[in-house]
Ligand binder design. Structure first.
Ligand code: ACM
Length: 778
């Protein structure tokens, strides 16, 4: 597509970040603490126990920090730095005894604290004291105190006297970053690490290799990053707009950068788990070193998304290659675990390869899955020999698996349940509960991603220990992890949008005792957490905090019924006179019957504050005749894969976004009022068809084309109803990248009908996507 057609509100996201980063509170008046009422603690994750006592303690610029010994001093410094980064006062570390100050105390002899991550926090009118037996616990105590200290106004915060005894529920509280599909800079990764630490998350799973890119420097094999680190993006995004020459998308981390990130994470008590994915998701590696592959056809790092057939072979030279790669990896990552992938390795190439079949006989593998099991076993042996433990996606359970191997359950929790019963350790990261590339609301302001929603409520409700798992095996559930795949997440602003605040819900499940979890209480604490995000310049999704609208218009009467809502149930206040809504504007209680035209402005509120900028809905008779793709339903037969896709160009700047079902491109306007409608105007875009479906390919069910380039079809009475219009498609869209079609309706078309709009034919390597449809009155 040539020119973008910007129609969404997402352009503001990157700008918001910059503004927030610059709005740290001035601390010039920090010393002027007022005797304000103590704050109500709003901690995320909620601590195991918290008792509020008598009296209060003020943190302001005069507060001193004290710590004895190097580890406690380190934590005190981190606390001071985090407080300042949130706009708080710059606190000095003094040698005082801590009276009227904050003391960090490492009690190494205190074996009573079961977990090295446990801590206590006491606040009395004399000061605050954080105690732990390990530096990790002390750090988490500091994070809790930081959360309390960032609840106040600029200048100082009055904390209630309290006693907290706290320890995490799970040892693995993880987040997975995917730089293979879209790359994050070292500074961006560090920003995520800080955000993780401030949520008491402790494991960063770094998905460093995939079909679309190899992102870690390996000294022995430089082509892994020279060739495997670059791809040519599909469509216009992969062309230099001036010359038309290929414009590669590249990125990798040098070993020095990796060491830097690992150290930065370790200082914040986060272990980085590297992933080198084999035998599938390895196209970039095979593109760099063709001898690793299972076919003779040359490959390149792919610009497509999905499941590819390309597998590494399992012959000795490849195993040596992988051992050499892991040899460098284990030197870079001091943590216990190395992730070897293992997911979605469809076996077509091994089935068709005489060499792999011979290799199967040689190693005694009866099936191709056994051959994958053999590879896993060899890598496990290598890692064990280097003091490491292997972890892999749950497919590794389908072959014989060494007992020490740990399983990451992503295809639901079933793999994890089975693995735990077999005595394997397990990390739960089910795709339907903890995948953050799934969108979090139905708002048209969501970025590209997968619109099968995983809401904040869904993430919060996930329980990592299946109730049916026998008590004796429950210790095998190490914890949970959220995964943020980045096929559709091209920018860091969008990455933060997808991660936050849902990662706060993951953090609470990972830390807080199950019996103490309470979503209503979590949403009470959440607005305070958003203020912390604002203070440190962390981006987050505004969509869960927006006011949303649903309308039912009656064109003949010139009226519209309006329902306002907020995805998290925060109260919505609105105006109909064009003014900015405030917390004292009318609260939405039941559907509004309004006369057209009308401007409805609405926002969701907590504690008197709008949680997101007010939404403005201009309701006019003309506007109500148009529906965008997002506002339309998915056709009943459109299959399961609805994607929110971005246009392929321009290379820089804003791009149009389309909701499309890629197995069957079809959209439905349910109960459209066709009375008095002469024709339907359709505006469509065209994007590259860049999907690899592997064994799902037969599920693509296009309606056959009746003309050479296919047609746009509009049916009444749903997609199995009667054809209202069928318009042949041109070879290409217009100069602006869009196609505008007019479809006259047969005389006598009337009444409310489910309007089905679809494109016929197999138009690969491109696909038509709907932008909007407009009913045109006679
Ligand atoms: C995965 O989502 N393929 C692990």
């Amino acid at each position: 597509m040539k020119r973008p057609f910007v129609r969404r509100a997402l352009a503001g996201m990157a700008i918001t970040l910059l503004v927030l980063a610059g709005c740290a509170r001035p601390d010039s008046d920090a010393g002027a603490a007022t005797a304000s009422a103590p704050i109500t603690p709003a901690l995320i994750p909620a601590p195991a126990t918290l008792q509020v006592g008598e009296g209060s303690f003020v943190i302001n610029a005069d507060t001193r920090l004290s710590a004895t010994g190097e580890p406690a001093t380190r934590v005190a410094r981190q606390f001071a730095a985090y407080l300042q980064s949130a706009g708080g006062p710059a606190l000095a570390i003094a040698d005082a005894d801590g009276k009227n100050g904050i003391r960090f105390v490492l009690e190494t002899g205190n074996a009573a604290a079961a977990s090295p991550e446990a801590y206590t926090l006491d606040i009395t009118p004399d000061g605050a004291t954080v105690k732990a037996r390990d530096e990790r616990g002390l750090f988490y105590g500091a994070v809790t105190l930081w959360q309390l200290a960032t609840q106040g106004d600029k200048g100082g915060v009055t904390l209630p006297a309290l006693h907290i005894e706290d320890a995490p529920r799970f040892a693995w509280r993880g987040f997975m970053l995917d730089p293979a599909r879209h790359f994050q800079t070292v500074d961006e990764v560090k920003k995520i690490i800080d955000a993780m630490a401030l949520h008491k998350l402790n494991t960063l799973h770094w998905h460093l290799t995939d079909d679309q890119g190899w992102r870690i420097e390996i000294k022995q094999y430089p082509k892994l990053t020279e060739i495997g680190g670059c791809r040519i993006p599909a469509g216009d995004g992969g062309k230099d707009p001036k010359t038309g020459e290929p414009r590669p998308y590249c990125g990798f981390y040098t070993q020095d950068q990796i060491r830097d990130v690992v150290k930065y994470a370790a200082e914040r008590h986060i272990t980085v788990v590297p992933e080198i994915n084999v035998p599938g998701h390895a196209t970039a590696a095979i593109g760099a070193y063709p001898e690793l592959g299972s076919i003779d056809t040359p490959l390149v790092p792919s610009s497509e998304w999905g499941v590819f057939p390309n597998l590494v072979n399992v012959e000795e030279p490849t195993i040596t290659f992988l051992e050499n790669v892991l040899g460098e990896v284990v030197q870079l990552f001091p943590g216990t675990y190395v992730h070897i992938g293992g997911d979605e390795a469809v076996k077509d190439q091994w089935e068709a390869s005489a060499r792999e079949q011979a290799r199967m006989s040689q190693v005694g593998a009866k099936t191709e899955m056994d051959l994958q099991g053999y590879l896993v076993e060899r890598l496990e042996k290598y890692l064990t020999g280097h003091g490491k433990r292997l972890i892999g996606w749950d497919e590794i359970l389908e072959a014989k698996l060494p007992p020490e191997a740990t399983v990451m359950s992503w295809r639901g929790i079933e793999g994890g349940l089975k693995a735990a019963r077999q005595g394997h350790d397990v990390v739960m990261s089910p795709s339907n509960k903890t995948y953050l590339d799934y969108l979090q609301t139905a708002s048209p302001n969501e970025p590209p991603g997968r619109p099968a929603l995983i809401t904040l409520q869904d993430v919060y409700a996930f329980e990592p220990v299946p109730p049916e798992l026998e008590e004796s095996q429950r210790h095998h559930i190490l914890g949970l992890q959220a995964n943020l795949w980045t096929e559709h997440t091209r920018t860091f602003a969008r990455l933060q949008h997808n991660a936050f605040p849902r990662l706060a819900a993951v953090a609470e499940t990972g830390w807080t005792p199950a019996a103490k979890k309470d979503f209503a209480d979590f949403t009470r604490r959440l607005p305070t957490q958003l203020k912390r995000y604002d203070a440190i310049g962390l981006g987050y999704a505004k969509t869960p905090f927006e006011a949303m609208i649903a309308t039912e218009d009656d064109r003949k009467a010139g009226t519209v019924k309006v329902t306002l809502s907020n995805p998290l149930g925060y109260p919505v206040h609105y105006t109909t006179d064009g003014s900015e809504p405030t917390s004292t504007s009318k609260a939405f209680a039941s559907p509004l019957d309004l006369k057209l035209p009308v401007t409805v402005r609405a926002a969701a509120f907590a504690e008197g504050r709008a949680l997101a900028p007010a939404a403005t809905f201009e309701l006019t008779p003309a506007a109500l005749l148009t529906r965008t793709d997002e506002a339309m339903a998915v056709c009943p037969d459109a299959g399961r894969l609805l994607l929110r896709l971005e246009d392929d160009g321009p290379a820089e700047g804003e791009r149009a976004i389309f909701n499309a079902t890629i197995f069957y491109p079809c959209w439905q306007w349910n109960q459209a009022d066709l009375d008095g409608i002469a024709s339907i105007k359709v505006r469509a875009g065209r994007i590259p068809y860049y999907f690899q479906l592997a064994h799902d390919e037969p599920h693509r069910t296009f309606e056959p084309a009746k003309s050479p380039l296919g047609e746009l079809e509009i049916l009444g009475g749903g997609c199995k109803g009667h054809t209202l219009a069928s318009v042949p498609l041109p070879a290409a869209p217009g100069a602006d990248g869009f196609l505008d079609l007019d479809a006259p309706l047969p005389a006598g078309t009337a009444g409310r009908q489910d309007l089905c709009v679809r494109f016929t034919g197999d138009t690969r390597p491109q696909m038509w996507v709907l932008d909007r449809i407009t009913l045109q009155p006679r």
